[in-house]
Design a protein around this ligand. Sequence first.
Ligand code: C2O
Ligand code: CU
Ligand code: CU
Length: 448
Amino acid sequence: MKKLAVFFCLVFISFTTWSESLTIPPLLEGENLNLYIKEGILELPFGSSKTMGFNGDYLGPTIRVSNSDYINLNIKNDLREDTTVHWHGLHVPAEFDGGPHQIIEAGETWNPKITIDQNAATLWYHPHLMGKTAEHVYNGLAGMFYIEDDYSQNLDIPKEYGINDFPIILQDRRINRNGEFLYSPSMHDYMQGYIGNTVLTNGSVTPELEVPGGTYRLRLLNGSNSSIFRIRFSEGKKFTVIASDGGFLPESVESDSIIISPGERYEILIDLESSKSLNLITDVYGGDTYKTLSIKGLETRGKYLSHPQSFSYEKVAYNENTNTMRKFRMETRGMGGFSINGKQMDMNRIDFSLPTDSTEIWTIVNVGMGMMQVPHSFHVHDVQFSIISMNGKNPTPLFSGPKDTVLLMPGDEVVIALRFQDYTGIYMYHCHFLEHEDRGMMGQFLIE
Ligand code: C2O
Ligand code: CU
Ligand code: CU
């Protein structure tokens, strides 16, 4: 991924006169979980914007469940239009997946009942209505979805929500002089992505977090429509990456920066010294550099914890009988359209089927042709996959853990192993650059 580095430019933008503390989304826990999808207003330093949110004006609560919990969700759509709510990264029966087939009409309520059956992970939720995903997410419909389990609860890592364990949702937005960020992509935006001029952190511009010295866990989500971010700290401060999309990494990774593409998550640990400050910096691929969080160390001393070097993780196992035939060619077509294997998404077409209790190896290629060289990311519903190779090489430790979304630069080829255990029905696979998804870069498969 070194080739990315040269594209980041060095303009530094920050809003020094405005400071607001980091919004910590409220926790939503228990067996009965209620979400109201509504219109809202978000106040920003330059004015205010019409938005959408879950149980509030912008974004949504952090749903927190434990493995094997049974949850009964009541999701009321108080918008004046249809939408859906998809649980990104969750292993869930297709009828409760919240993809384009599970429409919640304006004024209606959807009631998925789900038994959690997967390891600790930082997942998220967002709408997935055919052709409207980008707009709904852009307007603010997104939230975190945490799964905990005995293993995660017994680790000696920061796990006190809003105290030493923080959700960090990064999203770029194109904000006009009046403070509005209305969604109106041009043809160029469909191709290159809807790149913003501001990066919001949990819905605020450069918020502040004041905490005692100690070890902190940040659960990072790139919740932007189509911007790739490089995340780092001021003064090149090193941090430890402990988890990717679907849970803990087999080996943690010490780093001074990571690339996170739309839909991906990473959990990191960082040590903050008392009375010192630390800025979280976001470089937008093809865009500017933003100070996205200012962490101020109080004089007091909190909890310092050692950073674990490894975690238990079982890669998806395969053998010589595993189906390796499946290939996915992600292509740009003319006029802002996108396809996978030459086909654009059609709700009435099943692209392929496979039986339950099967393992497959998929090869994904970003076909970079001529002028149409744009990055894509590949996301599959229902499962967490293991990466077998990236451009013919073994994955580095950062890509060796559970993943549900993977970035492919033009010409890249990624091979993944997936295990389809039990649930049946129609699931999606698509590019998680939402402008591409909405313009056809999606397909569906049937597990029967
Ligand atoms: Cu996060 Cu099918 O999406
Ligand atoms: Cu998903
Ligand atoms: Cu794409």
